[in-house]
Design a protein around this ligand. Structure first.
Ligand SMILES: CCCCCCCCCCCC(=O)SCCNC(=O)CCNC(=O)[C@H](O)C(C)(C)COP(=O)(O)OP(=O)(O)OC[C@H]1O[C@@H](n2cnc3c(N)ncnc32)[C@H](O)[C@@H]1OP(=O)(O)O
Length: 215
């Protein structure tokens, strides 16, 4: 049976390709560090030309947000697994036969916290998002109200991180999910999350309206 992708299907072209190239740029900058100081003025000038070229295509923010949410399927702009988001680590999550999610990602220096290891906030984001997708796959689109996270072992930069997440159940308007980050057989991070259903009136009121309507 063909595995089902729970995150956006990456493309080799268009905005996905631009986002990938930008991730390579960020990685190159973080690896080079101050060694590029002497060339910085020219680099900035080149980058500013590119930014202006791209900015010429950008609609205003409310229109852009509305367009994003009209796209069918998994979020292509998510901060973890969003193929169109250059700040998003290139995470793909797959649906396992038992309905849980599994994926792998390798993170570079841009995500460093303690020396040579991944920042805890990055791990928390990976967990928050994977837990949210696990709920959504189970039929419960929901926002996080509580995330309980334990950092049990540091994750080396450049290691292959396995992401696991599962939906654990519903209690009224709240849903629960849990997950972990592993490197090989070592469990580095565990997380449990409490989420509130998007369909709950207070949540719908807050999140369904677009910025233009909130003004
Ligand atoms: C679009 C599809 C995406 C598809 C999925 C894609 C994946 C996306 C995953 C990303 C997830 C995110 O990062 S979401 C972004 C981060 N989260 C947010 O911004 C949410 C901010 N919070 C809120 O705006 C508000 O809490 C609301 C609107 C959700 C609910 O407000 P409220 O009605 O006043 O209720 P509130 O007091 O907050 O509490 C709600 C219930 O949660 C419980 N609760 C509160 N805090 C905690 C806590 N730390 N741990 C446990 N439980 C808690 C309360 O006891 C209560 O239970 P009880 O009394 O009902 O029993």
């Amino acid at each position: 049976m063909e595995a089902t992708l729970a995150t956006a299907q990456p493309r080799d072209t268009g905005i996905d390709a631009v986002a990938s190239a930008t991730r390579r740029l960020v990685d190159a900058i973080t690896r080079a560090g101050g060694a590029i100081d002497a060339d910085a003025d020219r680099i900035v000038a080149d980058l500013d030309v590119l930014t202006a070229r791209i900015d010429a295509h950008a609609p205003d923010l409310p229109e852009r947000i509305a367009t994003m949410w009209r796209q069918p399927g998994p979020g292509r702009f998510d901060p973890a697994g969003g193929t169109e988001n250059p700040l998003s680590p290139p995470v793909s999550l797959w649906v396992e036969p038992d309905g849980s999610l599994r994926g792998e990602v390798t993170l570079g220096l841009a995500f460093q916290g303690p020396p040579g290891h991944i920042h805890g906030g990055t791990s928390a984001m990976l967990m928050d998002h994977a837990l949210g997708i696990a709920n959504a796959r189970a039929g419960y689109a929901a926002v996080t109200v509580g995330l309980d996270i334990s950092f049990r072992a540091a994750i080396p930069i450049g290691s292959t991180i396995t992401i696991l997440a599962r939906h654990d159940g519903r209690d009224g308007r709240k849903v629960r999910s849990s997950g972990e980050l592993r490197v090989g057989d070592l469990t580095c991070v565990t997380a449990t999350g409490t989420f509130v259903l998007m369909d709950d009136p207070s949540t719908r009121e807050k999140f369904r309206r677009l910025p233009r309507e909130q003004a």
